[in-house]
Design a protein around this ligand. Structure first.
Ligand code: SF4
Length: 133
């Protein structure tokens, strides 16, 4: 599909999984999610609060909330290290080498920010394969 688009000079998004993925999505799953959860404004590390980006159990199902059930306290996410550009990187506004920590104080063995922690983090990938770009 990509080669066909390149040959035709087209730039678009196509669904390669039309056999299984419908435009309206999995309606049954959506019904269940809507039954048990409500949409909330959620806080995302490095990005702040994004309106309507999270789900929370509806009031009538709060007794199913595992954190309440076992009295688990979830700590607030720590602030990013000073100078960490994860927020800008996640939004496509900066590249990892622009961060003053990149490859110096922040490496996969000693990550400073969330973009370096996981294998699929942008900084982690850039650290390992950045020379290829
Ligand atoms: S290199 Fe480290 S500190 Fe810099 S943006 Fe990436 S994760 Fe954050």
């Amino acid at each position: 599909m990509l080669l066909r688009m390149i040959r035709r000079g087209e730039i678009k998004i196509e669904n390669e999984y039309a056999r299984a993925v419908r435009y309206e999505g999995n309606v049954e799953a959506q019904k269940l999610i809507n039954k048990f959860f409500e949409v909330i404004d959620a806080k995302w590390r490095a990005l702040g609060i994004i309106p309507k980006s999270g789900l929370e159990l509806r009031e009538e199902y709060k007794d199913l909330e595992i954190r309440t059930h076992h009295n688990v306290k979830v700590p607030e996410l720590p602030d990013l290290e000073k100078g960490c550009l994860c927020g800008a990187i996640l939004r496509g506004l900066a590249l990892p080498p622009q961060c003053p920590h990149f490859g110096k104080t922040c490496t996969p063995r000693n990550p400073v920010g969330p973009c370096m922690v996981s294998y699929e983090g942008t900084c982690h990938i850039f650290y390992k394969y950045g020379a290829l770009f």
